[in-house]
Ligand binder design. Structure first.
Ligand code: NAP
Ligand code: HSE
Length: 432
């Protein structure tokens, strides 16, 4: 059988999974590729570090030039992470004639235009299925399978680490710190887990999906985002009492000719598919004008689910499918954006608000008055029992009718300044 030589650069969580699939499942990959994918080299920083895979002699190297100088190596899975040296290494690989497969959404969200332009100039391709939602084939679905549609909206749980942490807190009473440490131990989190928990990783993935689905060119830093670092267990409990779970959601939705984009924790109705997405699972709900509503669900982080997407991209690359889609999609080219982002303040929704208030007469009326002054209508009010060590204060939870992000933000800031209100209020949008 024909043999195509491939390489891996970066043998951490994902790289090791890719090596395992190539070495242990050679027959399977050969069946799908019509040729053997031969792992010729695996480039690492530290040759002495133990690796979770038995590599044939001569495969492991700490010298990238053993890949770039070998014209027989056609495709390289680059699985390092971060911006540098990943960017420079990708350019070197492309310039030495390799097609590249990456799982690095941070790199694409930051340097996509430069890297894709360079690949096009050189007649090479970059495949990136694993960069969004791990094992879920969402890039192929949006870029190819749903291409007859105008995508109308896309809502997703795109960060496995956050979903794992919130699930552990919600269902097992774990502390935020313990749940994060466990997500790191399992290999879900980024090298710098702040990127996961502050919503950056989900915003990077959303910027990629928004480009694919809507032709939007929005830098991930310009996507309004909030993470889960300040999520308090009491809000998980109060939300459950109201019939909701809290999930970190990424949203891209056409409103007229504008695109609403944001990443934030949201209240999701218990019983809806998104509310049931637990642990490191991701899910994406896409609505297209022809197909209607389509759901995707699967593991969004972890070694083998991510390796599954990388190896599928390797197969597509060596058989030539990637080159065709890469050329036709013209991603991050000079083509002008087809849609502009909608101002965040104008984004409409219902809100869950929690205030920590003095337990004395007139406070509720004061708060209701402020909300009313900003045109925010109250749907329900629950004054809960005082929390432990509350010293005369009680949590007041208000569900609003539909308002705008801007009006709710201004009203909440003014309410926080009232003498009877302590600390900063909590406001979480309801996903309708
Ligand atoms: P990781 O476990 O930290 O592995 C990174 C690997 O890159 C390490 O083995 C490291 O070497 C190696 N490396 C760093 N600099 C290098 C260099 N200059 N030359 C060669 N190798 C170098 O990271 P990971 O979790 O596998 O993630 C890799 C990429 O996949 C990231 O972009 C991440 O965002 C993405 N991703 C990860 C997941 C996941 O679940 N983990 C899911 C989807 C996407 P040493 O081993 O010697 O330190
Ligand atoms: N750190 C990422 C996550 C890995 O937790 O979702 C998958 O991209």
């Amino acid at each position: 059988m024909e043999k195509t030589k491939v390489a891996i650069v970066g043998l951490g969580t994902v790289g090791t999974g890719v090596a395992r699939l190539l070495l242990d499942q050679g027959d399977r990959t050969a069946r799908h590729a019509g040729r053997t994918l031969w792992l010729e080299k695996a480039v690492v920083r530290d040759l002495k570090k133990p690796r979770g895979v038995d590599l044939p002699k001569g495969v492991l190297t700490d010298d990238l030039s053993e890949v770039t100088d070998n014209p027989e190596i056609k495709a390289v899975a680059q699985l390092i992470g971060g911006l540098e040296p990943d960017r420079t290494i990708m350019l070197k690989l492309l310039e030495s004639g390799k097609d590249v497969i990456t799982a690095n959404k941070a790199l694409l969200a930051e340097h996509g235009p430069e890297l894709f332009d360079r690949a096009r100039e050189l007649g090479r391709s970059i495949a990136f299925e694993a960069s969004v939602a791990g094992g879920i084939p969402i890039v192929a679905a949006i870029g190819q399978c749903l291409s007859a549609n105008q995508i109308l909206s896309l809502h997703g749980i795109l960060n496995g680490t956050c979903n794992f942490i919130v699930s552990q807190m919600d269902h097992h009473g774990a502390s935020y710190g313990a749940a994060l440490a466990e997500a790191q131990r399992r290999g879900y989190a980024e090298a710098d887990p702040i990127m996961d928990v502050d919503g950056s990783d989900a915003a990077q993935k959303l910027s990629i999906l928004a480009h694919l689905a809507f032709g939007a060119r929005v830098h991930w830093r310009d996507i309004p985002r909030e993470g889960i670092q300040n999520l308090h267990p009491v809000d998980l409990k109060f939300a459950a009492g109201l019939g909701y779970r809290i999930k970190l959601l990424a949203t891209a939705q056409l409103v007229g000719d504008q695109l609403e984009l944001h990443v934030a924790p949201q209240l999701v109705k218990i019983g809806s598919p998104l509310a049931d997405v637990r642990d490191a699972y991701n899910a994406v709900r896409v609505v297209g004008d022809a197909v209607g509503r389509v759901w995707f669900h699967g593991l969004g982080a972890g070694q083998m689910p991510t390796a599954s997407a990388v190896v599928a991209d390797m197969i597509d690359t060596v058989v030539g499918r990637t080159a065709i889609t890469f050329r036709t999609l013209e991603l991050w080219s000079q083509r002008p954006a087809s849609v502009l982002p909608r101002e965040f303040e104008a984004v409409a929704g219902r809100y869950y608000l929690r205030f920590d208030v003095d337990d004395h007469p007139g406070v509720l009326a004061e708060i209701a008055g402020e909300l009313g002054r900003h045109g925010i209508s109250i749907a329900s009010v629950i004054q809960n029992e005082p929390l432990e060590d509350a010293a005369g204060r009680v949590p007041l939870v208000i569900m609003t009718h539909k308002s705008t992000q801007g009006a709710v933000a201004v009203a909440a800031t003014e309410i926080d300044r009232l003498d009877s209100v302590r600390g900063r209020s909590v406001r979480i949008r309801v996903h309708d």
